[in-house]
Design a protein around this ligand. Structure first.
Ligand code: FCB
Length: 452
Protein backbone atom coordinates (compact mmCIF):
# COMPACT_ATOMS: atom_id res chain seq x y z
CA UNK A 1 0.00 0.00 0.00
CA UNK A 2 1.61 3.28 -1.00
CA UNK A 3 -1.21 5.58 -0.04
CA UNK A 4 -2.96 6.53 3.15
CA UNK A 5 -6.64 5.75 3.52
CA UNK A 6 -8.98 8.02 1.59
CA UNK A 7 -10.14 10.06 4.57
CA UNK A 8 -6.66 10.46 6.06
CA UNK A 9 -6.41 13.91 7.62
CA UNK A 10 -3.56 16.09 6.33
CA UNK A 11 -2.96 18.90 8.75
CA UNK A 12 -0.71 21.54 10.22
CA UNK A 13 -0.69 22.79 13.79
CA UNK A 14 0.02 25.84 15.91
CA UNK A 15 -1.02 27.18 19.32
CA UNK A 16 -2.45 30.41 20.65
CA UNK A 17 0.42 31.79 22.70
CA UNK A 18 2.99 30.85 20.10
CA UNK A 19 1.44 32.73 17.18
CA UNK A 20 -1.39 35.06 18.17
CA UNK A 21 0.37 38.02 19.78
CA UNK A 22 -2.17 40.78 20.51
CA UNK A 23 -1.52 40.10 24.16
CA UNK A 24 -3.47 43.04 25.44
CA UNK A 25 -6.02 43.35 22.67
CA UNK A 26 -9.79 43.05 23.12
CA UNK A 27 -9.72 42.25 26.80
CA UNK A 28 -7.29 39.33 26.91
CA UNK A 29 -5.79 38.93 30.36
CA UNK A 30 -2.28 37.90 31.36
CA UNK A 31 -1.30 34.24 31.00
CA UNK A 32 1.33 32.29 32.91
CA UNK A 33 3.48 32.47 29.80
CA UNK A 34 3.38 36.28 29.78
CA UNK A 35 4.32 36.12 33.43
CA UNK A 36 7.14 33.65 32.86
CA UNK A 37 8.59 35.63 29.95
CA UNK A 38 8.88 38.70 32.15
CA UNK A 39 11.24 36.86 34.47
CA UNK A 40 14.80 37.67 33.43
CA UNK A 41 16.81 34.78 32.04
CA UNK A 42 13.91 32.42 31.38
CA UNK A 43 13.68 32.84 27.60
CA UNK A 44 16.89 32.35 25.62
CA UNK A 45 16.55 35.46 23.48
CA UNK A 46 14.68 37.43 26.16
CA UNK A 47 11.63 37.53 23.91
CA UNK A 48 7.96 36.86 24.63
CA UNK A 49 4.69 36.18 22.84
CA UNK A 50 3.27 39.68 23.05
CA UNK A 51 3.46 40.14 19.27
CA UNK A 52 4.63 36.73 18.04
CA UNK A 53 3.28 36.21 14.49
CA UNK A 54 0.49 38.74 15.07
CA UNK A 55 -1.84 36.01 13.89
CA UNK A 56 -4.71 37.57 15.85
CA UNK A 57 -4.71 40.47 13.41
CA UNK A 58 -3.58 38.53 10.34
CA UNK A 59 -5.68 35.42 10.64
CA UNK A 60 -7.44 35.94 7.33
CA UNK A 61 -4.19 36.00 5.39
CA UNK A 62 -2.92 33.05 7.39
CA UNK A 63 -6.01 31.00 6.62
CA UNK A 64 -5.63 31.77 2.94
CA UNK A 65 -2.00 30.68 3.14
CA UNK A 66 -3.00 27.36 4.75
CA UNK A 67 -5.70 26.79 2.17
CA UNK A 68 -3.35 27.64 -0.71
CA UNK A 69 -1.08 24.84 0.45
CA UNK A 70 -4.07 22.53 0.12
CA UNK A 71 -3.81 21.56 3.78
CA UNK A 72 -7.08 19.98 4.86
CA UNK A 73 -7.04 20.54 8.61
CA UNK A 74 -5.61 23.07 11.01
CA UNK A 75 -5.06 22.33 14.68
CA UNK A 76 -5.32 25.55 16.65
CA UNK A 77 -5.69 26.24 20.35
CA UNK A 78 -8.06 28.62 22.04
CA UNK A 79 -6.63 31.03 24.60
CA UNK A 80 -8.32 30.74 27.98
CA UNK A 81 -7.26 34.31 29.04
CA UNK A 82 -8.89 35.72 25.92
CA UNK A 83 -12.17 33.94 26.45
CA UNK A 84 -12.52 34.10 30.25
CA UNK A 85 -10.07 36.78 31.40
CA UNK A 86 -10.81 36.20 35.09
CA UNK A 87 -10.27 32.45 34.63
CA UNK A 88 -13.84 31.60 35.56
CA UNK A 89 -17.09 33.51 35.41
CA UNK A 90 -17.64 36.27 32.93
CA UNK A 91 -17.08 35.51 29.25
CA UNK A 92 -15.24 38.07 27.13
CA UNK A 93 -17.35 38.22 23.99
CA UNK A 94 -14.62 39.82 21.89
CA UNK A 95 -12.18 37.07 22.75
CA UNK A 96 -14.64 34.33 21.94
CA UNK A 97 -15.67 36.10 18.76
CA UNK A 98 -12.12 35.84 17.45
CA UNK A 99 -12.35 32.03 17.37
CA UNK A 100 -15.80 32.24 15.90
CA UNK A 101 -14.45 34.27 12.99
CA UNK A 102 -11.38 32.07 12.67
CA UNK A 103 -13.50 28.93 12.47
CA UNK A 104 -15.77 30.48 9.84
CA UNK A 105 -12.81 31.68 7.83
CA UNK A 106 -11.24 28.22 7.89
CA UNK A 107 -14.43 26.45 6.90
CA UNK A 108 -15.05 28.88 4.07
CA UNK A 109 -11.54 28.12 2.81
CA UNK A 110 -12.13 24.38 2.97
CA UNK A 111 -9.90 23.79 5.99
CA UNK A 112 -11.30 21.81 8.94
CA UNK A 113 -10.52 23.33 12.33
CA UNK A 114 -9.36 20.98 15.12
CA UNK A 115 -9.34 22.65 18.51
CA UNK A 116 -7.07 22.16 21.51
CA UNK A 117 -8.50 23.76 24.64
CA UNK A 118 -5.34 23.96 26.67
CA UNK A 119 -1.99 24.58 25.07
CA UNK A 120 -0.45 25.92 28.28
CA UNK A 121 -1.67 29.51 28.52
CA UNK A 122 -3.50 29.45 31.86
CA UNK A 123 -4.73 32.87 33.01
CA UNK A 124 -2.25 34.26 35.57
CA UNK A 125 -5.11 35.13 37.92
CA UNK A 126 -5.78 31.39 38.24
CA UNK A 127 -2.14 30.67 38.89
CA UNK A 128 -2.34 33.25 41.68
CA UNK A 129 -5.07 31.09 43.19
CA UNK A 130 -2.91 27.99 43.07
CA UNK A 131 -3.28 27.04 39.40
CA UNK A 132 -3.37 23.28 38.88
CA UNK A 133 -2.75 22.77 42.60
CA UNK A 134 -6.11 24.25 43.48
CA UNK A 135 -8.77 21.52 43.86
CA UNK A 136 -11.16 23.81 41.97
CA UNK A 137 -8.90 23.88 38.88
CA UNK A 138 -10.68 20.97 37.21
CA UNK A 139 -14.00 22.79 37.52
CA UNK A 140 -12.51 26.02 36.19
CA UNK A 141 -11.27 24.13 33.16
CA UNK A 142 -14.51 22.24 32.62
CA UNK A 143 -16.39 25.51 32.67
CA UNK A 144 -14.04 27.07 30.15
CA UNK A 145 -14.46 23.93 28.00
CA UNK A 146 -18.22 24.34 28.23
CA UNK A 147 -18.10 27.96 27.04
CA UNK A 148 -15.96 27.16 24.01
CA UNK A 149 -17.93 24.04 23.13
CA UNK A 150 -21.28 25.81 23.36
CA UNK A 151 -20.03 28.44 20.96
CA UNK A 152 -18.11 26.41 18.41
CA UNK A 153 -19.38 22.84 18.44
CA UNK A 154 -22.01 23.54 15.80
CA UNK A 155 -19.08 23.82 13.36
CA UNK A 156 -16.16 22.06 15.04
CA UNK A 157 -16.20 18.29 15.50
CA UNK A 158 -12.66 17.43 16.56
CA UNK A 159 -11.40 18.48 19.97
CA UNK A 160 -8.49 17.95 22.31
CA UNK A 161 -8.52 18.78 26.00
CA UNK A 162 -4.92 19.06 27.22
CA UNK A 163 -1.78 19.43 25.15
CA UNK A 164 1.20 17.53 26.53
CA UNK A 165 0.52 17.29 30.26
CA UNK A 166 4.01 15.76 30.52
CA UNK A 167 5.50 19.10 29.51
CA UNK A 168 3.42 21.66 31.36
CA UNK A 169 3.68 19.51 34.49
CA UNK A 170 7.27 18.31 34.08
CA UNK A 171 8.94 21.41 32.69
CA UNK A 172 6.44 23.82 34.23
CA UNK A 173 5.98 22.43 37.74
CA UNK A 174 8.96 20.18 38.46
CA UNK A 175 11.94 21.47 36.46
CA UNK A 176 10.92 25.12 36.16
CA UNK A 177 11.99 25.63 32.54
CA UNK A 178 8.47 26.38 31.33
CA UNK A 179 5.68 28.51 32.76
CA UNK A 180 4.73 28.85 35.51
CA UNK A 181 8.38 28.13 36.36
CA UNK A 182 7.86 26.09 39.52
CA UNK A 183 10.20 23.56 41.06
CA UNK A 184 7.79 21.79 43.33
CA UNK A 185 8.39 18.73 45.46
CA UNK A 186 7.17 15.68 43.56
CA UNK A 187 4.06 15.13 45.68
CA UNK A 188 2.87 18.58 44.62
CA UNK A 189 3.69 17.83 40.99
CA UNK A 190 1.57 14.69 41.22
CA UNK A 191 -1.26 16.69 42.75
CA UNK A 192 -1.16 19.16 39.85
CA UNK A 193 -1.04 16.18 37.51
CA UNK A 194 -4.05 14.54 39.13
CA UNK A 195 -6.03 17.77 39.02
CA UNK A 196 -5.26 18.23 35.35
CA UNK A 197 -6.41 14.67 34.65
CA UNK A 198 -9.63 15.46 36.48
CA UNK A 199 -9.89 18.61 34.36
CA UNK A 200 -9.65 16.47 31.25
CA UNK A 201 -12.34 14.06 32.43
CA UNK A 202 -14.76 16.72 33.60
CA UNK A 203 -14.25 18.70 30.42
CA UNK A 204 -15.02 15.68 28.25
CA UNK A 205 -18.28 15.11 30.15
CA UNK A 206 -19.44 18.69 29.91
CA UNK A 207 -18.42 18.95 26.26
CA UNK A 208 -20.50 15.91 25.34
CA UNK A 209 -23.41 17.27 27.33
CA UNK A 210 -23.54 20.69 25.65
CA UNK A 211 -22.28 19.83 22.16
CA UNK A 212 -24.49 20.73 19.22
CA UNK A 213 -23.48 17.52 17.41
CA UNK A 214 -21.58 14.35 18.32
CA UNK A 215 -17.94 15.28 18.92
CA UNK A 216 -14.67 13.46 18.47
CA UNK A 217 -12.62 14.11 21.55
CA UNK A 218 -9.10 13.16 22.60
CA UNK A 219 -6.16 14.54 24.50
CA UNK A 220 -2.80 15.37 22.91
CA UNK A 221 -0.07 14.00 25.14
CA UNK A 222 3.57 13.56 24.27
CA UNK A 223 4.09 10.16 22.69
CA UNK A 224 7.07 8.69 24.52
CA UNK A 225 8.49 6.11 22.10
CA UNK A 226 11.17 3.49 22.65
CA UNK A 227 11.58 1.34 19.58
CA UNK A 228 13.45 -1.84 18.64
CA UNK A 229 16.37 -1.74 16.22
CA UNK A 230 15.52 -5.20 14.85
CA UNK A 231 12.49 -7.43 14.40
CA UNK A 232 13.65 -9.82 17.13
CA UNK A 233 10.33 -10.49 18.92
CA UNK A 234 12.02 -10.34 22.31
CA UNK A 235 13.39 -6.89 21.51
CA UNK A 236 10.04 -5.71 20.17
CA UNK A 237 8.44 -6.86 23.40
CA UNK A 238 11.11 -5.13 25.48
CA UNK A 239 10.57 -1.91 23.53
CA UNK A 240 6.84 -2.09 24.03
CA UNK A 241 7.30 -2.70 27.72
CA UNK A 242 9.62 0.24 28.16
CA UNK A 243 7.39 2.51 26.06
CA UNK A 244 4.66 1.83 28.59
CA UNK A 245 6.72 1.93 31.74
CA UNK A 246 7.01 4.61 34.39
CA UNK A 247 10.69 4.54 35.17
CA UNK A 248 11.74 7.77 36.83
CA UNK A 249 10.48 10.24 39.41
CA UNK A 250 9.43 12.63 36.68
CA UNK A 251 6.49 13.37 34.39
CA UNK A 252 7.68 11.72 31.19
CA UNK A 253 5.71 8.60 30.49
CA UNK A 254 2.71 7.64 28.41
CA UNK A 255 0.85 5.61 30.95
CA UNK A 256 0.65 7.99 33.92
CA UNK A 257 -1.81 10.03 31.84
CA UNK A 258 -3.26 7.68 29.27
CA UNK A 259 -4.03 4.78 31.61
CA UNK A 260 -6.23 6.89 33.93
CA UNK A 261 -7.91 8.50 30.91
CA UNK A 262 -8.54 5.27 29.04
CA UNK A 263 -8.33 2.42 31.54
CA UNK A 264 -9.52 4.20 34.66
CA UNK A 265 -6.43 3.41 36.72
CA UNK A 266 -2.91 4.60 37.30
CA UNK A 267 -0.27 2.13 36.08
CA UNK A 268 1.01 -0.32 38.73
CA UNK A 269 4.69 0.48 38.22
CA UNK A 270 4.02 4.20 38.63
CA UNK A 271 2.01 3.66 41.79
CA UNK A 272 4.92 1.66 43.18
CA UNK A 273 7.63 4.08 42.14
CA UNK A 274 5.66 7.13 43.32
CA UNK A 275 4.43 5.44 46.50
CA UNK A 276 5.81 8.10 48.82
CA UNK A 277 4.52 11.02 46.78
CA UNK A 278 0.97 10.03 45.98
CA UNK A 279 -1.73 12.57 46.79
CA UNK A 280 -5.02 11.46 48.29
CA UNK A 281 -7.41 10.74 45.45
CA UNK A 282 -11.14 11.27 45.72
CA UNK A 283 -13.23 8.08 45.73
CA UNK A 284 -14.76 8.60 42.31
CA UNK A 285 -11.90 10.53 40.69
CA UNK A 286 -11.00 7.68 38.37
CA UNK A 287 -14.57 7.48 37.14
CA UNK A 288 -14.47 11.19 36.40
CA UNK A 289 -11.15 10.95 34.58
CA UNK A 290 -11.91 7.86 32.51
CA UNK A 291 -14.31 8.99 29.80
CA UNK A 292 -14.79 7.34 26.43
CA UNK A 293 -12.52 8.99 23.86
CA UNK A 294 -12.68 8.84 20.09
CA UNK A 295 -9.03 8.97 19.16
CA UNK A 296 -5.56 8.72 20.61
CA UNK A 297 -3.62 11.80 19.67
CA UNK A 298 0.11 11.90 20.18
CA UNK A 299 2.85 14.45 19.63
CA UNK A 300 5.87 12.47 18.45
CA UNK A 301 9.13 14.10 17.38
CA UNK A 302 11.73 11.45 18.16
CA UNK A 303 12.20 8.14 19.92
CA UNK A 304 14.89 6.10 21.60
CA UNK A 305 16.27 3.07 19.71
CA UNK A 306 16.83 0.00 21.86
CA UNK A 307 19.03 -3.08 21.60
CA UNK A 308 20.18 -5.92 23.83
CA UNK A 309 23.69 -5.62 25.25
CA UNK A 310 26.08 -8.54 25.79
CA UNK A 311 24.44 -9.35 29.08
CA UNK A 312 21.02 -9.54 27.45
CA UNK A 313 19.84 -6.29 29.03
CA UNK A 314 17.85 -3.86 26.94
CA UNK A 315 19.73 -0.58 26.50
CA UNK A 316 19.74 2.47 24.26
CA UNK A 317 21.28 1.52 20.91
CA UNK A 318 24.04 4.13 21.07
CA UNK A 319 25.67 2.70 17.96
CA UNK A 320 22.59 3.40 15.86
CA UNK A 321 22.63 7.00 17.07
CA UNK A 322 26.28 7.51 16.21
CA UNK A 323 26.37 10.44 13.79
CA UNK A 324 22.62 10.40 13.29
CA UNK A 325 20.83 13.51 12.06
CA UNK A 326 20.12 16.14 14.70
CA UNK A 327 17.82 19.13 14.55
CA UNK A 328 18.70 22.59 15.84
CA UNK A 329 16.83 21.65 19.04
CA UNK A 330 19.47 18.91 19.32
CA UNK A 331 16.81 16.25 18.90
CA UNK A 332 17.78 13.03 17.14
CA UNK A 333 16.21 12.27 13.78
CA UNK A 334 14.72 8.80 14.35
CA UNK A 335 11.95 8.23 11.79
CA UNK A 336 11.16 4.74 13.12
CA UNK A 337 9.42 6.45 16.04
CA UNK A 338 6.50 7.12 13.71
CA UNK A 339 6.19 3.45 12.91
CA UNK A 340 6.48 1.99 16.40
CA UNK A 341 4.89 4.79 18.43
CA UNK A 342 1.52 4.70 16.68
CA UNK A 343 1.64 0.88 16.50
CA UNK A 344 2.31 0.41 20.20
CA UNK A 345 -0.26 3.04 21.21
CA UNK A 346 -2.89 1.55 18.93
CA UNK A 347 -2.28 -1.95 20.26
CA UNK A 348 -2.55 -0.81 23.88
CA UNK A 349 -5.44 1.62 23.73
CA UNK A 350 -7.34 0.48 20.65
CA UNK A 351 -8.19 3.95 19.38
CA UNK A 352 -7.43 5.46 15.96
CA UNK A 353 -4.12 7.31 16.13
CA UNK A 354 -3.76 10.93 15.14
CA UNK A 355 -0.25 12.33 15.07
CA UNK A 356 -1.06 15.79 16.38
CA UNK A 357 2.53 17.06 16.19
CA UNK A 358 5.67 16.01 14.38
CA UNK A 359 8.32 18.24 12.90
CA UNK A 360 11.72 19.80 13.32
CA UNK A 361 13.46 23.08 13.91
CA UNK A 362 16.17 23.99 11.46
CA UNK A 363 18.37 26.89 10.47
CA UNK A 364 16.16 28.62 7.92
CA UNK A 365 16.50 32.07 6.46
CA UNK A 366 15.32 33.74 3.28
CA UNK A 367 17.96 33.32 0.59
CA UNK A 368 19.03 36.06 -1.85
CA UNK A 369 16.64 34.67 -4.44
CA UNK A 370 13.75 35.14 -2.02
CA UNK A 371 13.25 31.43 -1.34
CA UNK A 372 13.77 29.30 1.73
CA UNK A 373 15.25 25.96 0.77
CA UNK A 374 14.72 23.72 3.82
CA UNK A 375 15.83 20.42 2.33
CA UNK A 376 16.33 18.95 5.79
CA UNK A 377 12.65 19.45 6.63
CA UNK A 378 11.52 17.78 3.42
CA UNK A 379 13.71 14.82 4.24
CA UNK A 380 12.62 14.65 7.88
CA UNK A 381 8.92 14.73 7.04
CA UNK A 382 9.33 12.30 4.16
CA UNK A 383 11.08 9.74 6.34
CA UNK A 384 8.56 10.10 9.17
CA UNK A 385 5.55 9.92 6.90
CA UNK A 386 6.95 6.83 5.20
CA UNK A 387 7.24 5.19 8.59
CA UNK A 388 3.69 6.22 9.46
CA UNK A 389 2.40 4.93 6.15
CA UNK A 390 4.12 1.61 6.78
CA UNK A 391 2.49 1.41 10.21
CA UNK A 392 -0.88 1.92 8.52
CA UNK A 393 -0.07 -0.77 5.95
CA UNK A 394 0.79 -3.16 8.76
CA UNK A 395 -2.55 -2.65 10.47
CA UNK A 396 -2.27 0.40 12.73
CA UNK A 397 -5.36 2.58 12.40
CA UNK A 398 -3.73 5.91 11.51
CA UNK A 399 -6.28 8.69 11.10
CA UNK A 400 -4.20 11.77 10.49
CA UNK A 401 -0.97 13.75 10.65
CA UNK A 402 -0.44 17.36 11.68
CA UNK A 403 2.91 18.95 10.90
CA UNK A 404 4.24 21.20 13.64
CA UNK A 405 4.12 23.96 12.70
CA UNK A 406 2.45 25.80 9.89
CA UNK A 407 4.74 28.77 10.55
CA UNK A 408 7.79 29.72 12.58
CA UNK A 409 6.70 30.92 16.00
CA UNK A 410 7.55 31.54 19.64
CA UNK A 411 9.21 28.31 20.71
CA UNK A 412 8.71 28.67 24.48
CA UNK A 413 12.01 28.83 26.39
CA UNK A 414 13.92 29.13 23.10
CA UNK A 415 12.05 32.22 21.98
CA UNK A 416 12.24 32.90 18.25
CA UNK A 417 15.57 31.16 17.70
CA UNK A 418 14.06 27.81 16.81
CA UNK A 419 12.15 27.70 13.54
CA UNK A 420 9.70 24.80 13.19
CA UNK A 421 7.54 26.30 10.45
CA UNK A 422 6.83 25.19 6.92
CA UNK A 423 6.35 28.91 6.41
CA UNK A 424 9.13 31.32 7.34
CA UNK A 425 8.16 34.37 9.39
CA UNK A 426 10.18 37.58 9.34
CA UNK A 427 9.52 38.92 12.82
CA UNK A 428 10.40 42.50 11.82
CA UNK A 429 7.98 42.75 8.93
CA UNK A 430 5.64 39.79 9.65
CA UNK A 431 6.20 38.67 6.08
CA UNK A 432 5.36 35.01 5.54
CA UNK A 433 7.43 33.02 3.04
CA UNK A 434 6.45 29.41 2.42
CA UNK A 435 9.55 27.25 2.54
CA UNK A 436 10.31 24.55 0.01
CA UNK A 437 8.82 22.00 2.44
CA UNK A 438 5.44 23.74 2.30
CA UNK A 439 5.18 23.32 -1.47
CA UNK A 440 6.45 19.77 -1.20
CA UNK A 441 3.90 18.99 1.53
CA UNK A 442 1.18 20.33 -0.77
CA UNK A 443 2.24 17.82 -3.41
CA UNK A 444 2.28 15.03 -0.84
CA UNK A 445 -1.25 15.95 0.22
CA UNK A 446 -2.42 16.10 -3.37
CA UNK A 447 -1.19 12.57 -3.91
CA UNK A 448 -2.53 11.38 -0.53
CA UNK A 449 0.97 10.32 0.33
CA UNK A 450 1.70 8.36 -2.81
CA UNK A 451 4.74 10.43 -3.82
CA UNK A 452 6.47 9.97 -0.49
C1 FCB B 1 5.69 20.56 21.66
C2 FCB B 1 4.68 21.64 21.91
C3 FCB B 1 4.57 22.65 20.81
C4 FCB B 1 5.90 22.97 20.21
C5 FCB B 1 6.65 21.73 19.84
C6 FCB B 1 7.97 21.97 19.18
O1 FCB B 1 6.18 20.09 22.86
O2 FCB B 1 3.41 21.07 22.11
O3 FCB B 1 3.92 23.77 21.31
O4 FCB B 1 6.62 23.78 21.05
O5 FCB B 1 6.83 20.93 20.96
Amino acid sequence: MNKFKEDFVWGVAASSYQIEGAAEQDGRSDSVWDMFCREPGKIKDSSDGRIACDHYNRYQDDVRMIADLNVKAYRLSTAWPRIIPDGYGKVNEKGLAFYDKLVDELLAAGVTPWITLYHWDMPTCLFDQGGWLNPASSDWFADYARVVTERLSDRVTNWFTLNEPQVFLGLGHQVGEHAPGLQLPFEKVLLASHNSLLAHGKAVQVMRAVAKQPLKIGAAPVGVVNFPTSDDPALVEAARKSTFSVSGVNCFSNTWYADPMLKGEYPEDGLELFEHYLPKFGADDMKQICQPLDMYAANIYAGTPLEFNDKGEVVTAESSLLGCGRTTMDWNVTPDCLYWGPKFLYERYGLPIVVTENGLASCDWVHVNGEVDDAGRVDYVQRHLRALRQAAADGTDVAGYFYWSIMDNFEWGFGYQQRFGMVHVDYHTQKRTPKRSAYWYRDVINSNGEIL
